[in-house]
Design a protein around this ligand. Structure first.
Ligand SMILES: *Cc1c(COP(=O)(O)O)cnc(C)c1O
Length: 375
C-alpha cells in the first residue's frame, strides 16, 4: 500500500524548535518582546505601516471591524465563497453580512459583484484573497471609497501573494492574516492585523489586551509600574512570545515556501494541461498567487464529477479537499437572506483542492497527476 499523501503539511526546521526553547529559557512566554519583534518584521515584509499580533485571523477580523467603527445594524458585504470566519466577523459587531458573488477565475469579489450588493446601509466590504489568489482591489476601492465604505482585506491565505507588484493586504485600510497550519506561514494558532492608520493600530493593540492603557509587557519592564486603566471594554486576543518566536523563523522561510509552491503549481498545470474538463487555478493578470490552495474545477467533459473524483483519489491514498465552502449553504446561515450566487455555487460544487506542500516530492506529485489522468 502506498503512503498517504496529505493535502497540506507545515514546513518546520530545527530553528523553530530552538527559537521556542530560547523563549522558554528566558522565562517570558506571554506577549512580550518576541511579539513586538514579529509585528514589526511581518508588517515590514507586507509593506504595512503597522502590525498588531493577535490570537488568530478571526479575532483580527473582529478587531478590524471594531477599529473601523462599523456600526451595529449596518451591512457588510462579504463573499459567501470563503471560510465561514469571513461571514461570522460582521456579526461580532452586530452588523449584517450581505453575500456577493465572485469572479469565476479567481473566486474573489469584483467591483461588479460588490456594486451589485451595495445597499444604503453598507459600511464595509470584507474582500478575501481566496486560497492565495490576489483580489483585484483597485476596482473595488473605486466603488467603495467615494461612498465612504471601508475596505477590509481578509488576507488569511495571502502571505507571499502579490497585487500589482506589492504584497496583498498593503492596499486596504486594514488587513487580517492567519498563521494557522493550513496557511503557509504558521505559528500553530495566530494572526495579525495590519493597517495604514496609526490610531487604528493603537486601538487594536489596546483592545486585544482587555482595553488596558499600559500593556502587561510594559508594566513588567518597570519596578514601579504605572497604574493601568481600562479605557474601554476589550478582549483577550493576545499572541504569545512562544508563537511569535516561531513566526519570526517562519517569516524568514516565506520566500522559499512561495517559490516551492509556485514550482509545484506549475508542475500540476503542465501535468494536467491536456486533460479535458479540468481547469487549474492560475495567476490573474494583475498579480501572483502563493497557491495556498491549489484547486481545479471539474467540468462536464471530465469522466467523473467532483465527488467521484474525490472518491477515486481516496482509493489511491490521496487526500484532497472539497473546494472552498459557501457560507450561505451552511446551517448557521440557513435563514439568512441572499440574492442569486451562481458562480459561488458552481465553484463550491465543482472544485477540488489538490495536495500541495513544501516537502512534496516529484514522485508524490506524479502519483496525484497520474490519478487525475487515469480516472
Ligand atoms: C483560515 C481563514 C480564516 C480564519 O483564520 P484563523 O486564523 O483560523 O482564525 C479566515 N478567513 C479565511 C479566508 C481563511 O482562509
Amino acid at each position: 500500500m502506498s503512503e498517504r499523501i496529505n493535502v497540506m503539511k507545515p514546513w518546520f526546521g530545527d530553528e523553530e524548535a530552538a527559537a521556542v526553547a530560547e523563549v522558554v529559557r528566558s522565562g517570558w512566554v506571554a506577549q512580550g518582546p518576541r511579539v513586538a519583534e514579529f509585528e514589526s518584521a511581518f508588517a515590514g515584509h507586507m509593506q504595512a505601516p503597522h502590525g498588531v499580533a493577535v490570537s488568530n485571523c478571526t479575532t483580527a477580523l473582529h478587531l478590524a471591524l471594531v477599529v473601523a467603527e462599523v456600526p451595529t445594524g449596518s451591512d457588510v458585504i462579504v463573499p459567501s465563497f470563503s471560510f465561514i470566519a469571513t461571514t461570522n466577523a460582521p456579526t461580532y459587531v452586530g452588523a449584517n453580512p450581505v453575500f456577493a458573488d465572485v469572479d469565476p477565475d479567481t473566486g474573489n469579489l469584483t467591483a461588479q459583484t460588490v456594486e451589485a450588493a451595495l445597499t444604503p446601509s453598507t459600511t464595509a466590504v470584507i474582500v478575501v484573497d481566496q486560497g492565495g489568489e490576489p483580489v483585484d482591489l483597485d476596482g473595488i476601492r473605486a466603488v467603495c471609497d467615494p461612498r465612504g465604505v471601508v475596505v477590509v482585506e481578509d488576507a488569511a491565505c495571502g502571505a507571499g501573494s502579490t497585487y500589482k507588484g506589492r504584497p496583498v493586504g498593503a492596499g486596504a485600510d486594514v488587513s487580517a492574516w492567519s498563521f494557522h497550519p493550513r496557511k503557509l506561514l504558521t505559528t500553530g494558532e495566530g494572526g495579525m492585523l495590519t493597517t495604514v492608520h496609526e490610531e487604528w493600530a493603537q486601538r487594536a493593540r489596546r483592545l486585544r489586551e482587555h482595553g488596558m492603557s499600559v500593556s502587561a509587557a510594559a508594566r513588567h519592564a518597570s519596578t514601579l509600574p504605572p497604574a493601568e486603566e481600562y479605557l474601554e471594554r476589550g478582549f483577550n486576543y493576545r499572541m504569545t512570545d512562544l508563537q511569535a518566536a516561531v513566526g519570526l523563523v517562519q517569516l524568514g522561510r516565506l520566500p522559499q515556501m512561495v517559490a516551492r509552491r509556485r514550482e509545484l503549481a506549475s508542475a500540476y498545470v503542465a501535468g494536467l494541461a491536456d486533460v479535458a474538463g479540468l481547469r487549474c487555478v492560475a495567476d490573474p493578470a494583475y498579480g501572483t498567487s502563493n497557491f495556498q490552495s491549489f484547486w481545479v474545477e471539474v467540468g462536464p467533459e471530465y469522466p467523473l464529477d467532483r465527488e467521484g473524483l474525490m472518491a477515486h483519489l481516496a482509493t489511491r491514498d490521496i487526500s484532497a479537499r472539497r473546494g472552498i465552502m459557501a457560507a450561505h449553504r451552511q446551517p448557521a446561515y440557513a435563514a439568512h437572506p441572499h440574492g442569486p450566487l451562481p458562480v459561488t455555487e458552481r465553484l463550491t460544487d465543482n472544485t477540488v483542492i489538490l495536495p500541495l506542500f513544501h516537502q512534496m516530492t516529484e514522485a508524490e506529485q506524479a502519483r496525484v497527476v497520474d490519478a487525475l489522468r487515469d480516472a
